[in-house]
Design a protein around this ligand. Structure first.
Ligand code: PLP
Length: 341
């Protein structure tokens, strides 16, 4: 069964009878300001990509990792799906710690490969049970809870897992706005995933990276088709990773946007816990009915948010510009008039 993700505008259109172009889509954590993709030369479309095209060097520079330890992927999702199959379990299925609330593809992928998923609530709980696990997944920052792992915590976790030949998978798809998460300081049994989808606003490009070394990395790499990342994706990705001026501007835009959105949502949901994570703000509700009611009331007004699978949280992506922010305010005012927040 397909998992529910944000950004499903066609589905929302059918469900609410609102044309795709009429929505304010706040249901994803993808930056509303995409990297301005330059015109891609015809030879890039026409020719197959080559490994020494400078993409790995650009990624090495941006992520602070040796180029030899970086593998380009058609989105970090590729490694999320493939890694559980690449992890040999010498004595049957492995026990794998996965956040109870987080990007749900992780739990699904480990379970699909026959492993036992052990859900944990937060990093404190993971630290308490890591000695009973074979592998662990940490999403940092976590989407949607915003929890971030300090490098020291990751090192402790990886060292404990290493005693059982286990892996620590760090999904850092949202880490661009949160300082360094360089692999070089992490133990060798750590694999870090990065994405060009979120911070660069290029989710449709399907470009991400896997960082680390060792047999599991090699096994996932072996599943990549020759030319598994398209030549245009590599060409555009390299430019985005090297464009320091645009990145600095994007950091500023995201910080300002997150601040404004948090202030706004605080005013409407003062009784709820609110977590700000740069590219999105999550409101946690005690009452599943209230979260659902707010989500539905906003959707009726063509404002799409992401309702948690447990219906206890609502995630808002950044509106992107003043008219979009005004539209959100107008929609929230209607929700208040209806007595739903
Ligand atoms: C936490 C997290 N990791 C990874 C992904 C996959 O991203 P991509 O395959 O576009 O790199 C997502 C997508 O929403 C995500 O939320």
């Amino acid at each position: 069964m397909a998992l529910i993700h944000g950004g499903r505008l066609t589905e929302a259109s059918r469900r609410y009878g609102i044309a795709p172009g009429d929505w304010l889509d706040l249901s994803t954590g993808i930056a509303p300001w995409s990297y301005p993709v330059p015109e891609v030369p015809i030879h890039v479309w026409a020719r197959l990509p080559e490994a020494d095209d400078g993409l790995s060097a650009a990624a090495a520079e941006y992520y602070g990792v040796a180029a030899a330890n970086i593998t380009a992927l058609p989105g970090s999702q590729f490694a999320i799906r493939e890694l559980p199959w690449a992890v040999a379990a010498p004595s049957g299925p492995a026990r794998v710690g996965v956040p109870a609330v987080g990007y749900a593809e992780h739990a699904r992928a480990w379970a699909a490969a026959g492993h036992a998923v052990v859900a944990y609530d937060d990093l404190a709980q993971l630290l308490a049970l890591v000695d009973t696990l074979d592998h662990a997944v940490v999403i940092s920052p976590n989407n949607p809870t915003g929890e971030q792992a300090a490098i020291d915590t990751l090192i402790v976790l990886a060292d404990k897992l290493a005693r059982r030949d286990g892996l620590l998978l760090v999904d850092a798809a949202f880490a661009d706005c949160h300082g360094e998460l360089a692999m070089d300081g992490l133990p060798a049994n750590t694999i870090v995933l990065r994405s060009l989808g979120k911070f660069f606003g290029l989710a449709g490009l399907r470009l991400g990276f896997m960082m680390g070394r060792g047999p599991a990395i090699a096994a996932v790499g072996a599943q990549l088709q020759p030319w598994g990342v398209s030549h245009p994706a590599r060409w555009i990705g390299r430019r985005a990773l090297l464009d320091l001026d645009w990145q600095a501007e994007q950091q500023r835009r995201i910080a300002d946007g997150a601040h404004s959105l948090t202030t706004l949502l605080d005013a409407y949901f003062s009784r709820q816990r609110i977590v700000t994570m740069g590219l999105f703000v999550t409101v946690f509700f005690d009452d599943a009915e209230q979260a659902t009611a707010v989500h539905e009331a906003l959707a009726d007004q063509a404002v799409l948010t992401r309702l948690g699978d447990n219906r206890r949280w609502l995630r808002f992506g950044l509106p992107g510009d003043a008219p979009a922010a005004t539209r959100l305010v107008t929609a929230l005012d209607v929700v208040v008039e209806q007595g739903r927040c």
